[in-house]
Design a protein around this ligand. Sequence first.
Ligand code: PRP
Ligand code: URA
Length: 209
Amino acid sequence: MSKVTEINHPLILHKLSILRSEKTGSKEFRKLVEEISMLMAYEVTRDLSMEEVEVKTPICTTKCKVLAGKKMAVVPILRAGLGMVDGVVNIIPAAKIGHIGLYRDEETLQPVEYFCKLPQDIAERDVLVVDPMLATGGSSIDAITMLKKRGAKSLKLMCLVGAPEGIEAVKEAHPDVDIFLASIDEKLNEHGYIVPGLGDAGDRLFGTK
Ligand code: PRP
Ligand code: URA
């Protein structure tokens, strides 16, 4: 069964509070999404495997640890997931980046696919799917299904804010995928928005409303 981790770090919680405020404009919103994503990536990568190497310091030779594991891919769900990519690749610069385009139909709340471009060796990579919002879970479920159809086997999902309903739906659809969030919020409202949430993440990031 998926492990669900809410990362309760003071720096993340502080930045998330500013992000939620309706007074925060697009420029600051983008910076905060990037910063929170970088801080979360530190936690999400805690279990990466390591190997020992010998390093010669100016004083002596010593055994040190370096990353040993598979290579990583970061896959944002367009559009809003794009805001999280720079934060992650700041600390994992060797990661390749794939893109999945999905939007939520405003009436049915069902995700509609419009783009998919992934690193060609996606099957060999540890994949981190990023999207600020996990509401009904439909978009994340579809994105993970698209990745699995193209061979991805090792996947994690990282979101800023999630609703309990969406988290349960992802766990049920993809029990092999661990989920990381900065906050598990209260519920969804009648329009499928997360309460208290932060509004429409894509519009706030890109200033489209
Ligand atoms: C938002 C968000 C998620 C999705 C979450 O995207 O970024 O992808 O909604 O909702 P769900 O869990 O109910 O599927 P949106 O459809 O607004 O597209 P955008 O990022 O292009 O604005
Ligand atoms: N998508 C968003 O951007 N915000 C929500 O609260 C739900 C879906």
